[in-house]
Design a protein around this ligand. Structure first.
Ligand code: F6R
Length: 367
């Protein structure tokens, strides 16, 4: 059932070109120039008039939510807040019937997320679900939604469900932007075309980086700490990369927005502290380059995710992992893949149970 792979996690990493495509199938209709999502279309007025959108989730799904915030605010210009379900439900949140809540959950059974949604529903919010498990408790509670079609995810560490969540959030953001008129028709069409090419590019990233990432993992298998940094769309990617590493390899890892480094974490940097920097040639490129220089001058080792053919970053880091050049909206999907592989390889080399890490459950049905 592992399809020839040693672990479900590796199988699921490799399934991503397909799971992203399955999630876009029937929705991303490039020829017709539309994104077809009944759940959004049927409640279009609600979305277009929403005062704000609140995204509620936990763990990896919360990281997808953060990327959703950047996408929806940037493209559709609707204010978005992203909340940990466990914090939201216990802090007497302000919520009204003019709010839209988007719940993101792979399992659809996460106790805190479910309870937070019940609370929001009682207060009159409209609830939209992004779940992977059909007919799960969260899916049943929502007013509308879009399933991710990632297929069953067995490995405890979420991989293909995460990138499928990003695919759904990207489609929602682009669709809302079109209906709101916040992007031009030309931009809408070019985003559609580019999004359609992402599964093939994910496939290319897996093919091009798998062996290289294994070699990088060998170099760092025995370190005790890792820092992950990114800016803008790639700040949540850094958080997710760090979570993947800590949960399956048991190495302490922290994700930070790169600019926050000088407000504390920089004190940790020395020759024993590898820093993974997501540094594509998109917005904030120069700023991320100067962050890398700051790490270098403290002798930190930088592993960077860079855009293909960008030699500037390559020349100043210990290891550079290349991803194809895409618009910044799509970088998180591509950049996440080598980070999943890195966590996987390090965990395997440390001889731990990758698919079933200690203390963790696939579906967190208790708070
Ligand atoms: C990490 C991971 C968890 C889940 C979290 C929420 O790899 O899988 O952090 O993302 O427990 O689960 P769902 O998405 O099922 O609500």
């Amino acid at each position: 059932e592992k399809g020839g792979y040693d672990h479900f996690m590796l199988k699921e990493i490799h399934e991503q070109p397909k799971s992203i495509m399955d999630t876009m199938r029937g929705r991303l209709l490039v020829e017709k120039g539309i994104i077809q999502m009944a759940g959004i279309w049927d409640y279009q007025e609600k979305f277009l008039n929403a005062k704000r959108i609140i995204i509620i989730s936990c763990g990896t799904s919360w990281h997808a939510g953060l990327i959703g915030e950047y996408l929806i605010e940037d493209l559709a210009r609707i204010p978005v807040e992203v909340e940990y379900a466990s914090e939201f439900r216990y802090r007497n949140p302000i919520i009204t019937d003019e709010d839209i809540v988007i719940a993101i959950s792979q399992s659809g059974e996460t106790a805190d997320t479910l309870a937070a949604l019940k609370l929001a529903k009682e207060k009159g919010a409209f609830i939209y679900g992004i779940c992977n498990v059909v007919d799960s408790s969260i899916a049943r509670l929502t007013d509308a939604g879009s399933y991710t079609h990632a297929g069953p995810e067995i490995g405890v560490a979420s991989t293909k469900a995460f990138t499928a969540q990003l695919a759904v959030l990207t489609m929602i953001a682009i669709k809302l932007a079109k209906h709101k008129g916040t992007i031009s028709k030309e931009k809408f069409n070019s985003l559609l075309t580019e999004l359609e090419s992402i599964p093939v590019k994910v496939e290319q990233v897996i093919k091009d980086t798998e062996e290289q990432v294994k070699k990088i993992a060998e170099l760092y298998v025995n370190v005790n700490n890792f820092l992950y940094l990114g800016r803008g769309y790639n700040y949540p990617v850094a958080l997710e990369g760090a979570l993947k590493l800590k949960e399956i390899s048991y190495i302490h890892a922290e994700g930070y927005p790169a600019a926050e480094m000088k407000h504390g974490p920089i004190a940790l940097i020395d020759e024993n502290m590898p820093v993974v920097v997501i540094a594509p040639k998109t917005t904030h490129y120069d700023k991320i380059v100067s962050n890398i220089q700051e790490i270098n001058s403290r002798k930190g080792k930088v592993i960077a995710i860079v855009t293909q053919e960008d030699s500037q970053v390559k020349n100043i880091v210990s290891q550079a992992i290349e991803i194809p050049a895409v618009s910044e909206y799509f970088v998180p999907i591509l950049a996440s893949v080598p980070l999943q592989l890195l966590a996987y390889d390090i965990a395997v080399m440390r001889g731990v149970n990758v698919d079933q890490p200690r203390n963790l459950a696939k579906s967190v049905t208790v708070e």
